[in-house]
Design a protein around this ligand. Structure first.
Ligand code: CTP
Ligand code: CA
Length: 223
């Protein structure tokens, strides 16, 4: 099959990948989300799988197809993504957290459609916080578990990468600035800065997302 042509340097390693956006339902017909396409995470999942890893992919809505050798768990909301990832985590050797998880969910109105009559002057929506999947699983990682997080920022990339590395107890943070044309939501390429624990930030060139993924797996395979 597909896998036979690749080096099997991740053979036997069990890796959790979160990917895609989450969708937080508000009323019967509306939800809160973000433009994540799941492309970066899918590239990571495929690279891991090609190199022999046992991959558990926890996928938000719209995540692209994955080879059938990857265990795929489709989820909708952040809370559900958290529950599935949390249940898988203890059996994993590593986690790569690429998902664009909604930090907050609107307080849901229920299954009915919200009607504009009665809200002519506008209205407010209240939001409640969601669990931080990476921070929760990173902060309870056991010896031998490796954690890779992502950080997408509009400014202050270096500082937030350093902060997130510590706050989430990650071993590496892959960061990118969103808003440009060669990186971020939905693009085919990515320009990332990588910060490993105890190391200095390293800038990688603009690369197709599959190549960024391959290099991330190179780093995991060396550990
Ligand atoms: N993450 C997560 N669960 C969340 C929020 C974020 O697992 N509820 C993960 C993302 O998958 C990513 C990393 O945390 O790997 C950083 O996400 P990001 O949104 O950049 O950081 P936040 O900590 O949420 O902070 P902010 O959005 O305020 O920058
Ligand atoms: Ca966030």
């Amino acid at each position: 099959g597909l896998r036979a042509a690749s080096a099997q340097d991740m053979q036997g390693r069990r890796v959790l990948v979160t990917l895609g956006p989450t969708r937080e339902q508000w009323d019967g017909v509306r939800y809160w989300t973000n433009p994540s396409s799941g492309t970066m995470g899918a590239a990571v999942a495929v690279a891991l799988w090609l190199r022999g890893a046992e991959v558990q992919a926890v996928c938000g809505p719209g995540t692209p197809w994955l080879p059938m050798g990857i265990a795929r768990h489709d989820v909708t909301g952040a809370r559900q993504m958290f529950d599935v990832a949390n249940a898988l985590w203890d059996a994993m050797d590593a986690g790569v957290f690429t998902a664009a998880v909604a930090d907050f969910s609107p307080v849901p109105l229920g299954p009915e459609k919200f009607k504009k009559a009665g809200a002519q002057d506008g209205f407010s929506v209240a939001f409640t916080p969601n669990p931080d999947i990476l921070a929760t699983l990173g902060n309870r990682k056991r010896d031998g578990q490796t954690v890779v997080g992502f950080a997408a920022e509009t400014s202050g990339l270096a500082e937030s990468m350093a902060r997130k590395l510590v706050a989430k107890n990650a071993d590496m943070i892959v960061g990118n600035l969103v808003g440009g044309t060669d990186a971020g939501f939905g693009s085919a390429t990515n320009r990332v800065t990588v910060l490993a624990k105890g190391g200095e930030p390293e800038e990688w060139p603009v690369l197709p997302k599959p190549d960024v993924a391959w290099r991330i797996v190179d780093w995991l395979a060396r550990r």
